[in-house]
Design a protein around this ligand. Structure first.
Ligand SMILES: NC(=O)c1ccc[n+]([C@@H]2O[C@H](COP(=O)([O-])OP(=O)(O)OC[C@H]3O[C@@H](n4cnc5c(N)ncnc54)[C@H](OP(=O)(O)O)[C@@H]3O)[C@@H](O)[C@H]2O)c1
Length: 292
């Protein structure tokens, strides 16, 4: 296949770039926001035609959750209208499209891992613009799917794991929110699944379906931080539990957004590893610059 990866210098896109050489039967075309701005349909079309693309993995998104509250128009242009452009191009050129969405389409009232068909009710601008983008995937006759993911981190880009590693070097102690629960996702694991779903025969006619993908386990941000600290060899470093009220942010975040991954495991016959195992691998990569 010839696969266009949009937003390919973000966390997920970078992991796909890193894994692509393992899939030598397929050609990948990696584009960043300057080369292919998804808010400009003509730019997407140019890349499709020149490279005879037959699949798109959309990693492009406006992901600044707090800033989105002040930049709603920009978030909508990328997360909603950009997705509409990709869907239209997928329809016109009969392409397979994998679009990535978020746990932030949910309001946080669940107390068990959220099923793919649960009612969405985003509580912030970012989640609303992503939810509107998903609708284009559900309405299209094109071969398109949505994969919702949560709490994404990677050795590439900015994320919670790298922030904690920086803070433990800079401060004598840290406070981390212990009353928000979810499941971390190592972007490399999700990247591998995206490539497999794109390149392998579709066993279930997945067109129009919603999937959830995250690593196994439900934890708080505080537990996540404690494990990062422990795995980086600083067991005695103080990680204090604080509440959401102690750490006000511009955007409201769901209190609980763990995702049930049953459908993606069943439909594509994949297994998903535990969050601790994935985190360990990512930390080795961050600390040594390589996997061992
Ligand atoms: N990060 C998380 O915790 C998280 C959680 C749940 C779901 N997700 C979803 O997972 C997906 C991947 O997230 P990520 O963490 O890899 O995001 P990321 O690191 O923020 O990367 C997003 C990429 O999109 C690019 N982009 C922004 N506007 C664009 C445009 N108009 N046209 C083309 N590219 C554009 C950005 O490029 P520039 O830097 O040049 O703007 C950036 O490289 C997204 O759909 C996101 O909503 C993420």
């Amino acid at each position: 296949m010839n696969i266009l990866v949009t937003g390919s210098y973000g966390q997920l896109g970078s992991e796909i770039r890193d894994l692509a050489p393992d899939y030598e039967l397929h050609q990948f075309v990696f584009v960043d926001s300057k080369e292919c701005d998804i808010t400009q349909k003509a730019e997407i079309e140019k890349w499709i035609s020149v490279n005879e693309i037959n699949g798109i993995i959309n990693c492009a998104a406006y992901t600044a959750v707090d800033l989105a509250e002040d930049e709603a128009a920009k978030a909508k242009a990328i997360n909603t209208e950009g997705v509409r452009n990709l869907v239209e191009v997928a329809e016109e050129h009969a392409l397979r499209l994998i679009h990535i969405s978020t746990d932030y389409v949910f309001d946080g009232t669940a107390r068990l891992p959220i099923e793919v068909d649960a009612k969405i009710n985003p509580i912030g601008v970012y989640g609303k613009t992503k939810a509107e983008g998903e609708k284009y995937i559900f309405q299209t006759p094109a071969d398109a799917i949505v994969i919702r993911t949560s709490w994404v981190y990677s050795s590439f880009g900015k994320n919670f794991v790298k922030t904690i590693l920086r803070l433990i070097d800079e401060r004598p102690e840290i406070g981390v929110v212990s009353d928000q629960f979810g499941s971390p996702t190592y972007a490399r694991d999700l990247a591998s699944v995206c490539i497999r779903i794109m390149t392998q025969p579709d066993p279930v006619s997945s067109k129009g379906r919603t999937y959830h993908y995250c690593n196994e386990g439900v934890i708080s941000w505080h537990q996540f931080a404690e494990e990062i600290v422990k795995l980086s060899g600083k067991e005695n470093y103080p990680v204090n539990a604080i509440t959401t009220a102690d750490f006000p942010t511009k955007a409201k975040r769901p209190v609980y957004s763990a995702l049930s991954t049953t459908r993606i495991k069943d439909d594509f016959n994949i297994s998903i590893r535990n969050w601790k195992e994935a985190l360990k691998e990512c930390l080795i990569k961050i600390q040594t610059g390589k996997l061992d």
